[in-house]
Ligand binder design. Structure first.
Ligand SMILES: Cc1ncc(COP(=O)(O)O)c(C=O)c1O
Length: 396
């Protein structure tokens, strides 16, 4: 049992250092207010439920209807007997939403990223990737045989250097998050589009935190930056703004999608999305397209929250995104602050190493369209009080 003693010793070290992550048990649906076992009702300030659709009655009804009409699961992968008409409908709707030719669904965006690079980037190709890209991109790239070149986060000059370094490759794929999930910062897409074009590289954006969130109509980071329609392909998730359940996709040119359908391993060897998720996601896209107020409310709430916290001396990473990180530094301190906030009725997670670099632990606030001003004010009051106690207020 030496493996188990090794693991236990490391867990003990993490426990002693105060860096052990704990999972709170919720007894309610995901929403702006959740019930946490042993704590009662608290304000949720740390979920990806950006538009508040995770418990939206229209989506719940669509999911229930899907189960009545199409059953609970397909007991298969897509190409054997796991494709219903609704799977194709969702793929087409996502393509329309993004203005692309076609879409391929995956069990998650993790799977979409995992199934992209190893499939289309071979030994003679190159992948150029932002250093702060999501873990699913990093792992996905590891599986590819292509040459790999990283560039400094959002650094356009270093991006050009990386492309120059790989220019002899047959094909070059550029990969960036649209929104960097620990920072709430956006990739410099307009510049990247121009430079990628110069080098004839294929630009893919993982817009998991942009889809349904950014841009006037929620179409994502490219819409926000005025370059919608100029990204070669996107990966994204159904597990955040678009209902918050599960599932992901790659959307782009038809030959790319056709090729992935033939060869992408997480698509070929993992179960199809369940009908409830498919119909729930379709309902989510309908809601966003028919009611622009979801996106507007999210933007207004974010602007208010950022301005109020800053005015009260809490330093947040600047930006426009509903991810609002408060940098604390020490992991144990961030976790302790998170626990104190929970005692004050605010559910706000602390993130430390290895999710973020050593010394850059943070509380990552995430705003939802479903928050009321009262929720936000209560959260701000609690954060300011805990920040004051831990001496992280800039005006202290
Ligand atoms: C940028 C990014 N890509 C991919 C994922 C994974 O998405 P999914 O939960 O659909 O696997 C996440 C989720 O945290 C993410 O932030």
């Amino acid at each position: 049992m030496t493996l188990i003693s090794t693991l236990s010793a490391e867990l003990d070290e993490m426990r002693a250092a105060g860096t052990l992550k704990r999972e709170l048990l919720m007894k309610s649906a995901q929403g702006p207010i959740v019930e946490v076992e042993g704590k009662g009702e608290v304000i949720m300030l740390t979920s990806n439920n950006y538009l508040g659709l995770a418990d939206h009655p229209v989506i719940v009804e669509a999911a229930e209807k899907a189960e009545r009409d199409y059953g609970y699961g397909l007991a298969s992968v897509r190409f054997i007997c796991g494709t219903q008409t609704i799977h194709r409908t969702l793929e087409e709707r996502i393509a329309q939403f993004f203005g692309t030719e076609d879409t391929i669904l995956y069990g998650s965006c993790w799977n979409a990223n995992e199934g992209l690079f190893q499939t289309v980037a071979l030994e003679q190709d190159a992948i150029v990737s932002d250093e702060l890209n999501h873990a699913s991109i990093i792992d996905g790239i590891r599986l590819a045989k292509a040459r790999k070149e990283r560039f400094k986060n959002r650094d356009v000059a270093d991006f050009r250097r990386a492309l120059e370094a790989t220019k002899e490759s047959r094909n070059t794929i550029v990969m960036t998050d649209g929104v960097f999930s620990m920072e709430g910062s956006l990739a410099p897409l307009p510049e990247m589009i121009d430079i990628a074009k110069e080098y004839d590289a294929f630009l893919v954006v993982d817009d998991s935190h942009g889809t349904g969130v950014l841009g006037k109509t929620g179409r994502g980071t490219a819409e926000e930056m005025g370059v919608a329609g100029k990204i070669d392909a996107h990966t994204s998730t159904l597990g955040k703004a678009l209902g918050g359940s599960h599932g992901g996709f790659t959307t782009g040119p038809k030959p790319l999608v056709d090729y992935l359908r033939q060869k992408s391993r997480p698509y070929l060897f993992s179960n199809t999305l369940p009908p409830a998720v498919v119909m729930g996601s379709l309902a989510a896209i309908d809601l966003i397209e028919n009611d622009p107020s979801f996106v507007t409310r999210l933007r207004d709430n974010t602007t208010y929250f950022r301005a109020q916290l800053t005015a009260k001396g809490v330093t947040v990473r600047p930006g426009i995104h509903p991810i609002v990180p408060i940098i604390i530094g020490d992991t144990a301190k961030a976790i302790a602050m998170s626990a104190e906030l929970l005692d004050r009725g605010i559910y706000l997670s602390g993130f430390g190493f290895p999710v973020v670099p050593q010394g850059a632990a943070r509380l990552r606030c995430q705003i939802s369209a479903a928050h009321t001003r009262e929720h936000l004010d209560r959260a701000i009051e609690a954060i300011v009080a805990v920040a004051e106690k831990h001496e992280v207020l800039s005006n202290a």
